[in-house]
Design a protein around this ligand. Structure first.
Ligand code: F6P
Length: 359
């Protein structure tokens, strides 16, 4: 078969590992041929492609980013976008397409499937917010990067008697914040799923310091919200500007600085902010992500040959399974109660507030 591959949306560590696994198994076991479409859906709209074979996937396993590059191009925003994609696929004699991406990329894949395009999805995002799978590759690496940063911030916070606010990515879900906050031993973890009361955060820090601790670490997800009653923004997430990407997402970020200012003002403790930003998405994938991405790539090419189109490869209870794309993109997956219980269980119970994940 002739199989097309593309990577869409924000990059994340492990994209190259998926491409490599699809090409290797397809070449060794099925005698497939491959074509790579460049820069996400833009490659199919503008006919930007490159040949893909065993030689150009050699050595890419540990590399971050994606050899196919990526973009947030939304073909559904163009009147003839889907037709153009279908025509490019036929021009390249593509029998099946493997689309590696998050909810945006895969929602386009689901639409293409409705037009009889033979497409398989692979779940990618550091945010870990795709439904239907236990983990997206890229998430583990991001959590490791943030955890290491929290460890480093800990020593400087302790040396200076400071409160340090660490702002992390995750869009509307708090997976990165809660996993790295627990792994890094943060004192307060704020996630979008649970709007927080700034006065209660300040009180918690005051109590902690009154008890003899002289520094605190606060991890805040970029999409976290002040609860509506005290929020100058009325419970809305903080956005960097009014612009949106082609899928309608606002650019989040900035809550860390606002939070730090409020904490310093309300507690009198010197407070600093660290915004980790795209560092969380860069660099080499962790061993866990290399393994998961490889399993996803192998699963995807097997699905192509089983004819399971319109589906996404997923991880459920540590087994690779196939689920309908429509299930994966119907709603985003937010932090579950079990994970929230881990955070509330481990954090110092200085207050009994339920509104924020703070002890
Ligand atoms: O979806 C992944 C992600 O890194 C989010 O966590 C973040 O809000 C967004 O992408 C940033 O997007 P961009 O790379 O377009 O600035």
């Amino acid at each position: 078969m002739r199989v097309g591959i593309l990577t869409g949306g924000g990059d994340c560590p492990g994209l190259n590992a998926v491409i490599r696994a699809v090409v290797r198994k397809g070449s060794f076991h099925y005698e497939d041929e491959f074509v790579g479409f460049l820069e996400g859906w833009r490659g199919l709209l503008e006919n930007k492609a490159m040949p893909l074979d065993l030689s150009n996937v050699a050595g890419i396993l540990p590399r971050g980013g994606t050899i196919l590059r990526t973009s947030r191009t939304n073909p559904l925003k163009r009147p003839d976008g889907v037709d153009k994609i279908i025509s490019t696929l036929s021009q390249h004699k593509v029998d099946a397409l493997v689309a590696i991406g998050g909810d945006d990329t895969l929602s386009v894949a689901a639409k293409l499937h409705e037009r009889n395009v033979k497409v398989i999805g692979v779940p990618k995002t550091i945010d870990n917010d795709l439904s239907g799978t236990d983990y997206c590759f890229g998430f583990d690496t991001a959590v490791n990067v943030v955890t290491e940063a929290i460890d480093r911030v800990h020593t400087t916070a302790e040396a200076h008697n400071r409160v340090m606010v660490v702002e992390v990515m995750g869009r509307d879900s708090g997976w990165i914040a809660i996993h790295s906050g627990v792994a890094g031993g943060a004192d307060v973890i704020l996630i979008p799923e649970i709007p927080f009361d700034i006065e209660k955060v300040a009180e918690k820090i005051r109590l902690r310091h009154a008890r003899g601790r002289y520094f605190s670490i606060v991890v805040v997800a970029e999409g976290a919200k002040f609860s509506a009653d005290v929020n100058p923004e009325h419970g809305a997430p903080i956005v960097q500007d009014m612009g949106k990407d082609e899928f309608g997402h606002a650019r989040l970020g900035g809550i860390g600085n606002i939070l730090a200012r409020e904490i310093e003002h309300r507690t009198g403790f010197e407070t600093r902010t660290v915004v980790l930003g795209h560092v969380q998405r860069g660099g080499s994938p962790s061993a866990f992500d290399r393994m998961l991405a490889t399993r996803y790539g192998l699963g995807a090419i097997d699905m192509v040959h089983r004819g399971e189109f319109g589906c996404m490869v997923a991880l459920r209870a540590n087994k690779i399974v196939s689920i309908p794309l429509s299930d994966a993109v119907s709603k985003s997956r937010t932090v579950d109660q079990e994970t929230i219980d881990v955070a509330t269980g481990i954090l110092d119970k200085l207050t009994t507030e339920k509104e924020a994940v703070e002890g």
